[in-house]
Design a protein around this ligand. Structure first.
Ligand code: NAI
Length: 346
C-alpha cells in the first residue's frame, strides 16, 4: 500500500481520511512541512500538505532527492508552493479546487454580522450579567453597498448571500464573468463606494498588500473590511493605522499575513512576539479567527474525497484533473497546456 506523509495534521484530518484506510497508509505529522521537517518525508511515496506548509525550493529539492514526486494539497490556495521549483524537480502538485464555497462565504458573513451587531461583545457582557446596550448599535445591511473582490466560486456564493440581505453588490475581478449581471467596477471606484469590502481572490505577487495605506485612504470612513482569503492581501500595519485613525469601522480576519507560526496552535501560554497582531486583537472592532472559514463537516469530507481521488489518479498514471500546471499558470493560455496533450506536465 502506498505510504502518505500528512503534514500539519489535526485530529479532524485523521477522522476525515478514515474511510480511505483500505487504499493508503496515512502517517500524520503535527508539524508543518518546512526545511526543518522535510526529513520526516523520507521513505514515503507522497506528501499531503495544507495552507501553511512551506513548499519552497529547498523543501521541493529534498523531496525530489527522496524520490517523492507527488505533493497533494488539502486546500484550494497554493501561494505557498514554488511552482517553478516543483517543475524543476519534476514534482506533481495537485490541490482541492473546491470543497465548499458555502463554508467560506458563510464564515465571511458570520464575521460581518458579528462585527456589525457586536455579538462578540454582547456575548461577554451577557455572561457577566451585564445587560447594558451602550455602544452596541449596528447598522442595517439592507441597502448598503458591499464590494466583492474576486467573483470566483466563493465570491459568487457570498454575493448570493449579500443579495438575500437586500444589499447593493459591486464587484472587482480582472476576469469578469460575462453576462453575469454583476456590476463590475474598477478597484478605485469600489473603494470609494463600498460600506463593506470582502476579499475573495487568490494571493499573487501582483496583489500582495492590495489593501495598503493608499487603498485605505480611498475608502469611505467607517468601512468594514472582511478577509477570508489570504493574509498577504492586506498590509496589516496599514490596517492597524486605519483602525486607530477611525477611518476603518471594523475588521474581520480569518487570515493574517504572519499566521504561519501561530494559527492552528495553542499559543496562550507563550509571549507572542507580534506587536501588530497583539494590537489588532485588543481592538473592540476587530475579530480574528484562525483560518477556520473552511471548517465544516461537509468541507472536510469533500477535501478528503478529492485528495484521495487526486492520489488515485497520480498513482495510476492517469490524467490528474486537479494538478497545478506550471506552463498554464504562466501563459494563461489553455492551448499551451502540456497535460492536455500528454496527460502530465512532464
Ligand atoms: P476561484 O479560483 O474560484 O476564484 C478566484 C477569483 O478571483 C477568480 O474569479 C479570479 O479571476 C479572481 N482574481 C484573480 N486575481 C484577482 C485579483 N488580483 N483581484 C481580484 N480578483 C482576482 O477561488 P475561490 O474558490 O473562490 O477561492 C478564493 C480564495 O479564497 C482562494 O484563493 C483562497 O485564498 C481563499 N480560501 C480561503 C479559505 C479559508 O478557509 N479561509 C478556504 C478556501 C479558499
Amino acid at each position: 500500500m502506498k505510504r502518505i506523509a500528512v503534514f500539519d495534521a489535526k485530529k479532524y484530518d485523521e477522522a476525515s481520511f478514515k474511510p480511505y484506510l483500505d487504499k493508503y497508509t496515512f502517517t500524520y505529522f503535527k508539524d508543518r512541512l518546512s526545511n526543518h521537517t522535510v526529513a520526516l518525508a523520507k521513505d514515503f511515496d507522497a506528501v499531503m500538505c495544507f495552507v501553511n506548509d512551506e513548499l519552497n525550493d529547498e523543501v521541493l529539492t529534498k523531496l525530489n532527492e527522496y524520490g517523492i514526486h507527488g505533493v497533494f494539497l488539502r486546500c484550494a490556495g497554493y501561494n505557498n508552493v514554488d511552482l517553478a521549483s516543483a517543475y524543476k524537480n519534476k514534482i506533481h502538485v495537485a490541490r482541492v479546487p473546491a470543497y465548499s464555497p458555502y463554508a467560506i462565504a458563510e464564515h465571511a458573513f458570520a464575521l460581518l454580522l458579528s462585527l456589525n451587531r457586536h455579538i462578540h461583545k454582547a456575548y461577554i457582557r451577557s455572561r457577566d450579567f451585564n445587560f447594558n446596550l451602550e455602544g452596541l448599535s449596528g447598522f442595517d445591511l439592507h441597502e448598503k453597498t458591499i464590494g466583492v473582490v474576486g467573483t470566483g466560486k466563493i465570491g459568487r456564493v457570498f454575493i448570493d448571500i449579500a443579495k438575500g440581505f437586500g444589499m447593493h453588490v459591486i464587484c472587482y475581478d480582472p476576469y469578469p464573468i460575462k453576462d453575469s449581471g454583476y456590476e463590475y467596477v474598477p478597484l478605485e471606484e469600489m473603494y470609494a463606494r463600498s460600506d463593506i469590502i470582502s476579499l475573495h481572490c487568490p494571493l499573487t505577487d501582483a496583489n500582495r498588500h492590495m489593501i495598503n495605506e493608499d487603498a485605505i485612504n480611498q475608502m469611505k470612513k467607517g468601512v468594514v473590511i472582511i478577509n477570508t482569503s489570504r493574509g498577504g492581501l492586506i498590509d496589516s500595519k496599514a490596517l492597524l493605522e486605519g483602525l486607530k485613525e477611525k477611518k476603518i469601522g471594523a475588521v474581520g480576519l480569518d487570515v493574517y499575513e504572519e499566521e504561519a507560526n501561530l494559527f492552528y496552535k495553542d499559543n496562550s501560554l507563550k509571549i507572542v512576539n507580534d506587536d501588530t497582531l497583539s494590537l489588532l486583537l485588543q481592538l473592540p472592532n476587530v475579530i480574528i479567527t484562525s483560518h477556520q472559514a473552511y471548517l465544516t463537516n461537509e468541507a472536510l469530507s469533500n477535501i478528503a474525497e478529492t485528495t484521495v481521488k487526486n492520489l488515485d489518479e497520480y498513482f495510476s498514471g492517469a490524467f490528474i484533473n486537479n494538478e497545478l500546471c506550471y506552463h498554464c499558470e504562466k501563459s494563461k493560455d489553455p492551448q499551451a497546456c502540456y497535460r492536455a496533450k500528454t496527460k502530465r506536465c512532464f
